[in-house]
Design a protein around this ligand. Structure first.
Ligand code: ADP
Ligand code: AIR
Ligand code: ASP
Length: 375
């Protein structure tokens, strides 16, 4: 493994000593710092590599781990496919923090996402994916291009959530696509489109509840998805006031990028308010769900040399147990996890095995799952 430059963990300023921004609630911030410490222990050796891509709102860097990227959030803002440009001071830092909170919340609930850790004020570590060039929009209330296109007044509630696909192509102005267009253009298969819709609606349910608890109405939002090196579809890119419409439930005030798009003023304040609300009740969100006991068995794949197994076999023979043969030594890993339901727990356990516990080249794994009762 290549090591480029300083370890990002050493390079990062601690949030606690960070900007001194007043937007962090005291207990929310303590929780946040604790989460970051936990995440840091999981990925201690990753270092920053070359700049892979600079977009309108973020810069993406390679890392010493080919499966991971660093995503740095900028204060620059654009709207209308880059035609309107400006700076929203503090946006990078706030969007990175909001995004980290939302991704943790979603991934704890079994949504497969690219988020790994927040490494400094404006930078997230994420699993590298090949982005599927679709913007997947979910709408609960009419607004924006939906209102313009179909003449529904802004604010009218839809009878059920609507999923729309747009072609992620600035030069074409991100046109709306039908599922037939997606197939014709070869952007995704029918099964993949079904999976994207399913995930988008799951994300909508989870985020609607998250924001509702914080006095915010989730009007609509845009998601991006990508495929990791194994071909698994992961939720990727950011989820923030840049990509969601968020209205104050009590006053109807817009607390998102529409303030910038439409020159409504108090843009920075809106982002700060969303961060403050996102951090509200942070500790309760971290422990939501049921407790599951997981037992993972990891063994070497058939045909991989197992010196430990051979040693045990030799020792058995020395003791006279000539009946025993084909000894293979594996390991057992026990842990508990918190998840809303069995399906979520299984998705998370599988991820943990694939990403950390079993080496995909040499090892195979299986796991069993049991709910901790009486909790
Ligand atoms: P844009 O490309 O629209 O200007 P950004 O400035 O947000 O957008 O740039 C970030 C780019 O990184 C986006 O194109 C986004 O699709 C891509 N991206 C987001 N998450 C990942 C990831 N985990 N791996 C690779 N690319 C990603
Ligand atoms: N969005 C779409 N393209 C880029 C972004 N950020 C988001 C908007 C809005 C939702 O998708 O921020 O929350 C729908 O956008 P529109 O313009 O189609 O109404
Ligand atoms: N389409 C995005 C927006 O309006 C960004 C951009 O168009 O530049 O928010």
């Amino acid at each position: 493994m290549r090591h480029i430059g300083k370890s990002i963990w050493q390079a990062r300023p601690s949030l606690a000593e960070g900007t001194g921004s007043s937007s962090w609630g005291a207990s929310g911030m303590e929780q946040e710092v604790a989460k970051q410490r936990e995440e840091r222990q999981l990925r201690p050796q990753v270092t920053r590599g070359e700049r892979l891509y600079e977009g309108k709102a973020k810069v993406v860097y390679a890392t010493s781990d080919p499966e991971l990227v660093l995503i740095e959030f900028k204060d620059e803002a654009t709207a209308f496919d880059g035609k309107k440009r400006g700076t929203i001071s503090g946006k990078g830092m706030r969007n990175a923090a909001i995004c980290a909170v939302l991704y943790r919340y979603l991934q704890e609930r079994g949504i497969p996402g690219h988020f790994v850790a927040q490494v400094d004020e404006r930078t997230l570590l994420a699993r590298k994916v090949r982005i599927i060039p679709l913007e997947v929009v979910v709408r609960n209330i009419a607004a924006g291009s939906f209102s313009r296109r179909l003449g529904w007044p802004e604010g009218q509630t839809l009878t059920e959530p609507l999923v729309e696909f747009f072609y992620k192509d600035d030069a074409l102005g991100d046109p709306l696509l039908t599922e037939e267009h997606i197939r014709l253009l070869g952007l995704a298969t029918e099964q993949e489109v079904a999976r994207l819709k399913e995930l988008a609606l799951q994300v909508n349910r989870i985020l609607q509840e998250f924001w509702q608890q914080r006095g915010i109405v989730l009007v609509d939002f845009k998601l991006e998805f990508g495929k990791d090196s194994t071909g698994q579809i992961l939720l990727a890119d950011e989820i923030s006031p840049d990509t969601c419409r968020l209205w104050d439930a009590a006053t109807g005030e817009k607390l998102d990028k529409d303030r910038f798009r439409r020159d409504l003023g108090r843009v920075e304040e809106a982002y700060a308010e969303i961060l403050r609300r996102a951090l509200q009740g942070y500790d309760t969100t971290a422990t939501a769900g049921r407790q599951w006991k997981v037992r993972v068995l990891v063994r070497l794949k058939e045909g991989v040399l197992d010196p430990q197994g051979q040693a045990v076999e030799t020792a058995l023979r020395a003791l006279g147990f000539s009946q025993a043969g084909d000894v293979r030594v594996g390991k057992v890993i026990d842990f508990t996890l918190t998840a809303l339901d069995r399906a979520a727990a299984e998705r998370i356990a599988d991820e943990i095995c694939r990403r950390l516990l079993a080496n995909p080249v040499m090892e195979e794994y299986s796991f069993g799952l049991e709910e901790v009762s009486g909790g």
